[in-house]
Design a protein around this ligand. Sequence first.
Ligand SMILES: Cc1ncc(C[n+]2csc(CCOP(=O)(O)OP(=O)(O)O)c2C)c(N)n1
Length: 583
Amino acid sequence: MAVVSSQTRVHSTYADLVVDYLAQLGIEWVFGVPGGAIEPLLDALARSARADGPQLVVARHESGAAFMADGYFRETGRMGVVCTTTGPGATNLITGVASARADHVPMLVITAQTALPKFGKRALQESSCTAIDTVAMLKHCTRFSSLVSHVQQLESKLISAIMASHRSPQAPVHLSIPSDLLAARCPPPHRIHADLFSHDFKVADDRAIGVLCRKVLKVDTLAVFIDGEIGPAARKVVEFCELVNAPFVVGMTGKYWVDETHPLYRGVYGFAGHMSARDVFTATRVDLILAVGSSLTELATGGWDKLLLNTRLVHIDANAEHFTRSPMANHHVCSDPALVFERLVAFVKAQLAAGKRWRCCVDPETPVNILGTRASLDAPARCRDVSPPLKPQRLMAALNRMLPPDTHIYVDAGNSWAWMTHYFVNRNYRGLVHLNTGFGSMGWAVGAAVGAAKANPQVLTLCISGDGAYLMSAQEISVAAQHALPVVFLVINDAALGMVMHGQRLARSEPIGWELNRVNYAQQAQSMGVPGVVIQTVEQLEALDFDDFRHMHGPVLLDVRVDREQVPPIAQRVRDLGNARKG
Ligand SMILES: Cc1ncc(C[n+]2csc(CCOP(=O)(O)OP(=O)(O)O)c2C)c(N)n1
């Protein structure tokens, strides 16, 4: 365990102490918006910047700052840090923090609190427990939310918060620090064991893995469901699938960790998924289903569909809380999936050597589709359609070909989720495509892409948003311009809240509230110093060179006008919503 000394830095205030902890955790950027009460922390960040320590990135809105901190974590694996002033600074933050909570993103949220002597006196922006109580508000979307009411609490509460944030499943934590405490003079801090905060404890339950091996041995056919929390262990899972002839399907985030052109791949299960993925569990008889890397959310499981969640299921996950969604399973393995599949692979190899064989429960001769996978597509012909207006399916097919495989992609809530999930084919298997499927807040991708690009400006970052989602965070592209970040903001412009429009049509409800006015987002971007281009045809789209964008010093915005009449693959989601309402 590395022991890091913090004694080299000169500490003057408790705000410097907080920044020193961030430095020891390797955090380079803190996202936030200034304000009177948070000034002592900004002073410390200014001193830190001069000493090559953590620095401030100013967002245009506090929710944007939290989305940036979220993107920073996704890019670096290090906790996101966001700081705001008291009152409206803290309330503006809430959606971004809630989003981090729902998506298991570790984040340290520091809000300034009214100075202690002013509590209860109706100070400007007062946020104490007798006013607009920001500690209470943030309690409901963080794992730990606490007021520091004395300087001597600060260090221990900071340590408690950081450790709570890293505990599985990771989560945001909040400290509300009165401005007078931040500015108070502070003695030098102790040495800290920085690794302790973020140590990833890996556990393997030998007994449960042994039971799993015996179950695998007993059956003739297997199928595997892989979701987004699997990470790089997906490779071992696919190796297992190859050995036992098991088809695998994925959740809408799991797909970014596997090779979708693999012969055993049968598509996405759940939201915007492929019928071929459902067929694995319906048309054929599978003896045993393994679900791995999944908290079995509503979207991943198509509304907790019994096709997947039944007595043939074995749920493998490092986090026992996730088993609350799989009580019907015949077995649970609470262990790190990488360790489980290492052992399964070794076990299966030994059994193969002894003559055991498993049968494949899908047709191995299934032909590949137009995108090169064995997933069944809705409206495959649209992927080739060059007729105007531009079809979203055609846009996805073009992105499949045109994007450098190592593009880091952030996708906003709306039909962008559906188009990407159904038609985009991942080429890198490194989880470089991010969606906030836990909370689904429109506008998240814009901020997250900026935070990610700030963390890693060496790569090309692509943000895909519908026009409605983009309008919720459009101001944040000026941060990308200010910091010269290579981000392509691709706005899928259908002059509509398209998911709402199609959802209402598919559900046969009243058509209401979906129409947006036609906005020229390219011009809007230009007004913020960002080059903007309107794309209306396939020719204009295919003339783009994303490699060029990779080398530019700053963002660009593509205002892509699409055919809003194209029906996104969301029919099952609409059915789920309708069923839930009927109860
Ligand atoms: C902050 C927030 N408000 C409302 C919603 C509900 N919602 C989900 S998708 C959607 C429409 C998205 O429209 P747009 O961004 O234009 O994308 P499109 O579906 O047209 O591609 C709405 C209103 C949400 N997810 N988040």
